[in-house]
Design a protein around this ligand. Structure first.
Ligand code: C2E
Ligand code: MG
Ligand code: MG
Ligand code: MG
Length: 289
């Protein structure tokens, strides 16, 4: 009897949580339009750093200051936006926002850099995205050579024909293209010779395990080696410790990104970033969360 009661109790809690999570999802999906019109979204920028510590660009990462739920992370609301058909409105907002904010970044950093925009796989199922990007860039006088687009390896491969054509057009216009979260999904690499990309981004998972896993080191070394042979730039994300940066430098990685250098920060704070990062006292310097 007791265990039965206990079992029922657990069952009830589980159901309640499911209902709550479903409600939250619905509520998030239903407030996306309003979030855009009320300016609740904001772009944070995370620096990308070259081998000599110099800043080479930023990744634009969206945040949502939700009136009911507080700060909502993209990991939560992007999938909901994808499922509810709202992602194209968000993508459009991000591209417009980056275009508006780019001149501010350009006024702070004299050297050439790129701002990376993340695209969803769902964006690659709609023709018209190229024309939209082209018209926003024209209207806002954006030099495409300051822009990079990131798409995950899986999103690219799931929409292969469209993606190939679309990214080639962006590339011809002067944008750079990066394959995000590389190494996590696919065993076949033959497609790499057929696509139009500039950069491979090593997934954070491999970087996290550099110190503990022989296999992660092996995979990381192989990805770097592969990128070099294909004349692609290699970027590693999720660097939190100097030892990880040192390892990646030693093995030829071009660009790095991670909390060691900076968390994603709002536009107002970008001007405070150093133009060059260095960690001389490497033993004691660790990224703080
Ligand atoms: P991503 O494109 O792979 O972005 C990297 C994520 O890793 C970001 O999370 C970033 O804040 C986080 N990160 C960077 N350095 C470190 C580090 O050293 N340690 C740890 N633990 N994390 C680090 P964020 O901003 O929460 O974004 C999560 C994902 O949401 C992104 O993964 C991307 O797939 C998606 N996303 C973000 N912004 C956009 C956007 O504007 N459009 C679309 N479609 N997706 C976006
Ligand atoms: Mg990305
Ligand atoms: Mg990534
Ligand atoms: Mg990722």
């Amino acid at each position: 009897y007791r265990s039965k009661a206990k079992g029922r109790g657990i069952y009830t809690i589980f159901t309640h949580e499911m209902v709550e999570s479903h409600k939250r999802k619905l509520s998030i999906a239903n407030s996306i339009d309003q979030g855009i019109s009320q300016d609740e979204f904001v772009l944070y920028y995370q620096p990308k750093v070259a081998r000599d510590g110099k800043l080479v660009g930023f990744e634009a990462l969206i945040r949502w200051q939700h009136p009911e739920f507080g700060m909502v992370n993209p990991a939560e609301f992007i999938p909901i936006a994808e499922q509810s058909g709202k992602i194209s409105a968000i993508t459009r907002w991000v591209i417009e926002r980056v275009s508006i904010e780019l001149p501010l970044l350009q006024s702070v950093f004299e050297d050439k850099f790129r701002v990376a925009v993340n695209l969803s796989g769902h964006d690659l199922r709609h023709s018209g995205l190229f024309d939209l990007i082209h018209s926003i860039f024209t209207q806002q006088q954006v030099n495409p050579e300051y822009i990079e687009f990131e798409v995950t390896e899986s999103a690219y491969l799931e929409n292969f024909a469209f993606a190939n054509k679309f990214f080639r057009r962006l590339s011809n216009m002067g944008c750079a293209i990066a394959l995000d979260d590389f190494g996590t999904g696919y065993s076949s690499l033959s497609y790499l010779t057929q696509i139009s990309i500039d950069t491979l981004k090593i997934d954070r998972q491999f970087v996290r395990e550099l110190g503990t896993s022989d296999r992660s080191r092996l995979v990381t070394n192989s990805i770097i080696d592969l990128a070099k042979r294909l004349s692609l730039t290699i970027c590693a994300e999720g660097i939190e410790h100097v030892s990880q940066w040192e390892y990646l430098l030693e093995h030829g990685c071009d660009h790095v990104q991670g909390y060691l250098f900076s968390k994603p920060i709002p536009l107002e704070e970008v001007a405070n970033l150093p133009a060059r990062f260095s960690f001389s006292d490497s033993a004691s310097r660790q990224a703080s969360n």
